[in-house]
Structure formats: C-alpha cells, structure tokens
Design a protein around this ligand. Structure first.
Ligand code: AMP
Length: 527
C-alpha cells in the first residue's frame, strides 16, 4: 500500500493533503506522483473521478517556488474545469506561498489582468482566453517549466488544438509536459509525439474485475441536492445495516454530522479515529444500535459484518477495484444485498468505466419523489404501530392521553391525529424547490423540448441522438420523444423527469465528434 508520506513531498504539501481529508493516494496518483516528481514527461489516461487533478496537482505544487513568476500553466477545455482545478490547486498549496489564477472567457479581462499583475505562480486557463492574454502581452510564459494539458481529448473536440499549439510555441522547450486524457484518439497521440519528450504512460488498470453477484443500481443525482437525494433513498429502503462510502475523511465527518442531525442512527469511521473510537463505532454497528456506518475506503477495509443489507456509494469510487471492494461488504454469508451508487452528471463517464470493467448489470433508478417516500413512510409507520400494539409495552403517559381523548373524540380520529403528528414530524421538511424549470418549451405533455445548435449539417441522425440520450442518462431509447432535425438545428423531446439530466450531461457535449450545445426550446413561434 502506498501512502502520501512515501513520496518525497514537503511537509507543507503533506499537511495540506491531510487537511483535504485524503487517506491514501488513488491508483492514478500512486502511479503518477513519483514519476512527475522525477521530472519526466507523462501521459495519464484517466477520467474525472479518479483523482487525476491531484495526480498532477500535488507534484506541480511541490515543485513551484514562491518566486514572482508564472512557473506552470494548466490548460483545460472549459471554464468550469479551470475553476475546479484552480480550487484543488489552491487547497494543495494552502501552506505554501503560491498564488493560482484561473483565466477563462466570459470573465472580465481587465479583472484578470489586474490579478495577473499581482503576481501568480500558476495559471489555469482555457486555450482561447490564454491566447487572448498572450496577444495582449498581459501573460508572460517565458518562465514556465511545467505545462499540463487536462482533458486533452475534450480540448481536441472543442477545436482547441491549434490554439494549444500556438500557446506551446510561447513556452520554453526545456519544460515538463503532462497530458491527461480519458481517451487517446490519434490526434492526441500525435500531439504528444510532437510536443512531449519521451513521455511515460500511466493508465489506471484496465483489468477486468469481478463484482459479486448482488443487485447493483445507480441513481442520477446532482451535487447540489445529493444529500436530500440520499435521505430520500434511505427513507424508501428497508435497511438492516448500511455502509455509506465517502471519498475523504472530511466527507465522512460532514455526512455523519448532517445525517445525525436529521435523526438517522449513523456514525462515521475513518483513519483519524483512535483504535478505541473505532472499536466503539464498530461494536455499535454490529449490534445494530447504529444503522448506518459512514466510512472511507481505507476504514472499511476488512470490515466483515454479515448482515449489511446496503452498500451506498455516496461518492463514486475512484476505480473499479475499489468499487468491487466496497460492494463486497454486502451480500455476505449467502445473504441478499444491494449496492447503490450516486452519480452526478460529470461522473457518468467514470460510471461507464466501472460498469465495463466489472461487467456489472447496473440498473438506473430514479431518486424517489417526495410522494413515494411519503407513501413508504406510511407503510413503515403502520408496521411500527402494529408491533407496538402487539407488544403492549406502551408508556403510561401515552395510554392516559389516549384514554382522555377517546372519552371526547372517536377513537379512529384520535389515532389518525396521532399518525398525522408522527408522520409530519418525521418528514416535516419541504421538498427542495424544483430548481430546474425549463418553462414552456412547446413539448408534448409530460415532456421537455430541447434545442440543439446542429442538424443535418453535422450529419445528426435520430438514432445518434436516441443512443446518446439513452446511454448518458440510462433511460430506454423508446422513452425519447419526438425528434425534428433541420439543416442547422434540431429539436428533441425527453420525459420531464430526466430532462435536467439530459440537460446537464448533454448541454455541452459532442455527437459524431461535433461539439453541440443544447438548451430548452422556446415554444413555436417565439423562437
Ligand atoms: P478528479 O478525478 O481529479 O476530478 O477528483 C475527483 C474528486 O476526488 C475530487 O473531489 C478530489 O478532491 C477527490 N480526490 C482526489 N484524490 C483523492 C484521494 N487520494 N482520496 C480521496 N479523495 C480524493
């Protein structure tokens, strides 16, 4: 097993990693970090969710000096990724005097120029905007000794290759170049050949792993309401014992706190706890006095509790092996088990890799609606009531109140009032306001109509669209509604309940290698 302290890293970087709550390097990190620290060029094949950002971010931050010059540049396809990478680099450099700056289109250029003037050591930018700064001479790259091309295949798809080549022409030949990409199309290989110096290649293992034969499902969720989604899922399931996996120690602490506050019998387990604390939590879990164990991968290793009915991947695992390890905590000793994975749109690709490598038949499920949870809760309530009535162990106080009330009101009404009280105190929380309101899109009832900025000119065919939508959001192709393809644009209708997922995962994507934009349609006549 590799730990972060095995790498020749300064204490400032190790402390920051500790604060981020990472317990151990992910496989891509274990392979990349030492190689990058040695200084050679490297090609990393990994998608979002594998920890690829820290795989280059940790050695990058380690090698920067506080000197007031830009020493590293990271190019990303989108503004969102630039911001995300900048955030991760900032966390890694928490104890170093290093300034990071994301620069992307859409943000005021004068603001960026001012920030650049204050002195930064690493710039994370989208190619177009970086080029813009180079042309204005507001960005000086002559001291850059490290270039990272992140999500290179996406940059290729977005037509950024020429821009990237122009940017490279401004860089020192004596530099370290790192290229990360989920896929390796020939153009990316060519780019690597041209601009990299004898690069080593690191890919996360493509070996097949065998997942246990237990039921496996995934839920499409959004980061924003992941917690609510989790609670609805937990509320709609018959859980005997459940293990909920988080990526980091911090994640475990945070989730434990909120689940406890919401009244779940839950406790957390991770490497920072003392042996005594860990034993206590494990004992409570074994005895069933806590129903949910929230754990990191490291902490859950070797847990052998036979009646775990649910494994829930609150955060998607970093690789297929870890997925298999996690879900193997259930379905033990011949019992039934179910593994559930929460997937955000950006993690869909990681999900596909896991499905492929484990050959698992995973079904997509929708997060239960409030109504469904409510119905389910009523059932649970009925069962609980029956068991109470059968056991005849009611507190004197409740019996007295009931007797008093039934003297005045019909018994049935008293019982219903009590139910109302119990039911509402349990699910008293309002459903979150529906944040996706596409408005009137001119679609058939129950559907949402989307507008795509490409049509026959991009050789778009209905079957391409149907495949793309059904694969990316896990719905049957026949659920996709009406499709109208015109010369330079297309309309497609999808069921309301999956519309936000279609929107989030396809609003910026590619079909037939063509970059597309997707947005809610305006009703006919108003476009
Ligand atoms: P990425 O694949 O770079 O997009 O990372 C996905 C998520 O995993 C990010 O939230 C990272 O902060 C987190 N992460 C990266 N490395 C580790 C690690 N070694 N342990 C736990 N979480 C990590």
């Amino acid at each position: 097993m590799t730990v972060f302290t095995d790498f020749p890293l300064h204490k400032s970087v190790l402390d920051a990693i500790q604060d981020m709550g990472f317990e151990e390097p992910s496989p891509i990190q274990a392979a990349c970090i030492p190689k990058i620290l040695e200084g050679g060029d490297l090609i990393g094949q990994a998608q979002t969710g594998t920890g690829k950002t820290a795989a280059f971010g940790i050695p990058l931050i380690e090698r920067l000096t506080p000197a007031n010059k830009i020493q590293a540049i990271v190019l990303t396809p989108t503004r969102e990724l630039a911001i995300q990478v900048a955030g991760e680099l900032r966390r890694i450099s928490k104890y170093k005097r290093i300034r990071t700056l994301p620069i992307y289109g859409g943000q005021s250029i004068s603001h960026q120029i001012r920030a650049l003037k204050q002195g930064v050591q690493v710039v994370i930018g989208t190619p177009g905007r970086v080029l813009d700064h180079l042309r204005r001479k507001t960005l000086r790259l002559e001291n850059v000794n490290m270039l990272v091309l992140d999500e290179a295949d996406e940059m290729l798809d977005m037509g950024f290759i020429e821009d990237i080549e122009t940017i490279i022409s401004h860089l020192n030949a004596e530099r370290q170049t790192l290229l990360f990409s989920a896929t390796m199309p020939p153009e990316i290989k060519r780019l690597a050949q041209r601009y990299m110096n004898n690069p080593s290649t690191v890919a996360v293992s493509r070996e097949e792993v065998t997942a246990p034969l237990i039921e496996q499902v995934y839920y499409k969720v959004f980061d924003r309401n992941k917690l609510d989604s989790l609670c609805r899922i937990l509320d709609s399931e018959d859980v005997e014992l459940g293990i909920i996996f988080c990526r980091t120690k911090r994640g475990v602490d945070e989730l434990t706190e909120v689940l406890q506050a919401r009244g779940y019998l839950a406790d957390g387990l991770h490497g920072d706890l003392s042996q005594a604390q860990r034993d206590k939590v494990m004992k409570a879990f074994r005895e069933g006095s806590i129903e949910f164990l929230i754990a990191t991968d490291v902490a859950a290793r070797g847990i052998d509790v036979s009646n775990v009915s649910h494994v829930i991947n609150y955060d998607i695992p970093q690789d297929p092996e870890s997925y298999v390890h996690r879900i193997g905590r259930t379905g033990r000793a011949g019992r039934k088990g179910i593994a559930m994975t929460l997937v955000t749109p950006r993690e869909m690709r990681q999900m596909v890799v896991i499905q492929k490598q484990t050959k698992a038949a995973m079904l997509s499920r929708n997060v239960p609606t409030l109504e469904e949870v409510a119905e389910r809760k009523q059932e649970q309530l009925r069962e609980q009531l029956i068991s109470l009535l059968d056991n005849d162990a009611m507190a004197e106080m409740y019996l007295k109140v009931a007797a008093d009330l039934t003297a005045t009101y019909p018994a049935e009404k008293v019982a219903a009032a009590a139910l109302h009280l119990a039911f509402h105190s349990e699910s008293g929380e309002d459903g979150e306001a529906e944040s996706y309101n596409f408005g009137e899109t001119g679609a058939a009832k129950g559907m949402v109509r989307f507008f795509l900025n490409v049509g026959r000119n991009a050789n778009i065919k209905p079957q391409d669209l149907v495949r793309e939508i059904s694969e990316s959001v896990g719905i049957p192709g026949k659920a996709v509604g009406r499709i109208d393809i015109f010369e330079s644009f297309t309309f497609v209708e999808v069921p309301e309940e999956v519309a936000p997922f279609v929107y989030e995962s396809l609003r910026q994507t590619r079909i037939n290698g063509k970059r597309i934009n997707l947005e809610p349609a305006k009703p006919r006549g108003r476009k």
